[in-house]
Design a protein around this ligand. Structure first.
Ligand code: NAG
Ligand code: NAG
Ligand code: NAG
Length: 384
């Protein structure tokens, strides 16, 4: 009896940790999915290599001494999540492009960092814990908590790591979703390269007015690299990059109408057109209905940290509020707009305001620009 109970328990344990949990992780072509309701997982970076309590998506352990993959794919150049050696006995938790054919990795596009922005380093024998409650914890060799996205209690049900760009997200992004498929946390942060930083507190208000045919006239005038490409009558750039295929912020005309939005879109300077639909439009709260403005829209960056949209009569239509932000950041690679406080923490972001739109960021980037019907009160203006 004791024996059979023990057998049953052992059987259940085997089922829990080996057989049944093999459904816990779903390696797919573009992404790796972990469903928390099927159990947690612990991956420990031992001296000899990485071990996980549950099957992983990795196809290559990362036998090289510099990288130990937790999730990786079989294709060269796909992104991997893993431990990256910082020094002899010190590791980062990182995301990097990985090449299984020769076992090498590219430079990291993300590293777990503490609130002050410093990158966390942990010794050998540290673990990344995937808690069934939907939180992640990086614990040092002595078990102390070194890093967490702090999603405990936020209803996270699924982790998705995108090996490469897909219809839902950018490659190399680690996302935690709740049961309503809302984005709760993601690793993607502004890249330091190709990010414009504008000191707001340190200068006077910048007020930009949309002209008759193209471009925005700003007072004081915007400096490079803020506005080298004025745009066209349909896309009047406020912030743009001196090149093709980068995101721009500007006033966008709703096709062939007198309705305009404050939007973020990919701008092609050579052709003078936007590529694909806008990835973000100023809207109230989490609403997906963008705020409409007339042709002579005013966009202002205030000293008090407010980023505003006004109509031709200077009536305030939309604002981030007096956030006290000291800097504005715009990432030309991701199209993310940020407001930072003095400590460098993000206090407002374009994606955070309507995270579903952010997830929709990479939906059909090659489709034609949609011509949404003007249908106030409906969600018809939500992005494709
Ligand atoms: C490894 O392979 C990748 C992809 O094929 C290549 O880009 C990279 O240069 C290679 N690295 C080395 C050190 O051979
Ligand atoms: C890691 O753990 C093993 C076994 O517990 C131990 O022998 C080894 O010294 C540890 N290494 C470090 C760097 O803590
Ligand atoms: C930009 O436009 C030019 C000219 O129409 C085109 O050849 C090029 O492929 C476009 N580039 C991007 C990144 O869309």
């Amino acid at each position: 009896m004791v024996c059979s109970t023990a057998m049953l328990v052992i059987g259940l344990l085997i089922c829990t940790f080996v057989l049944c949990s093999s459904e816990n992780v779903l390696p797919q072509h573009e992404k790796f999915v972990l469903k928390f309701r099927r159990g947690g997982m612990v991956c420990t970076n031992e001296q000899s290599g990485l071990t996980c309590t549950s099957p992983r998506a990795h196809h290559d352990q990362g036998t090289v001494s510099s990288h130990r993959n937790i999730f990786s794919s079989e294709r060269d150049g796909d992104y991997a999540l893993g431990f990256e050696r910082a020094s002899d006995d010190s590791w980062f938790l990182s995301i990097y492009a990985y090449h299984p054919s020769n076992g090498t990795a590219g430079s990291s596009i993300w590293r777990a960092s503490s609130v002050d922005g410093s990158e966390v380093q942990v010794p050998s024998n540290s673990s990344l814990v995937f808690l069934q409650s939907g939180n992640l914890e990086l614990r040092g060799s002595e078990g102390g908590l070194q890093w967490t996205p702090n999603t405990w209690g936020l209803g996270v049900t699924e982790l998705v790591f995108f090996f490469r760009g897909s219809s839902k997200s950018a490659g190399g992004n680690l996302i935690l979703f709740d049961s309503a498929n809302q984005l709760v946390w993601q690793s993607m942060r502004p890249l330091k390269t190709n990010e414009l930083r504008l000191g707001m507190a340190s200068r006077s208000d910048i007020v930009c007015t949309s002209g008759e045919s193209s471009g925005m006239d700003c007072n004081p005038a915007l400096e490079f690299p803020m506005n080298p490409s004025r745009g066209t009558g349909n896309h009047r750039n406020v912030i743009s990059y001196n090149g093709d295929g980068k995101y721009a912020l500007g006033i966008e005309r709703l096709a062939d109408t007198a309705t305009f939005f404050l939007s973020i879109y990919i701008w092609n300077q050579s052709s003078g057109t936007a590529t694909g639909p806008s990835i973000w439009r100023a809207s109230h709260g989490r609403s997906s209905i963008p705020v409409a403005v007339d042709e002579h829209a005013i966009v202002a960056f205030r000293r008090n940290g407010a980023f505003e949209l006004r109509d031709h009569s200077n009536k305030l239509l939309w604002t981030t509020g007096q956030t006290g932000a000291s800097e504005l950041g715009f990432n030309f690679d991701t199209g993310d707009l940020f407001l930072y406080n003095r400590e460098g923490s993000i206090i407002w972001r374009s994606g955070g305001e309507a995270s579903l739109q952010y997830v929709a960021l990479f939906v059909s980037p090659t489709t034609e620009y949609p011509v949404p019907k003007l249908n106030p009160g409906s969600r018809a203006l939500a992005m494709a």
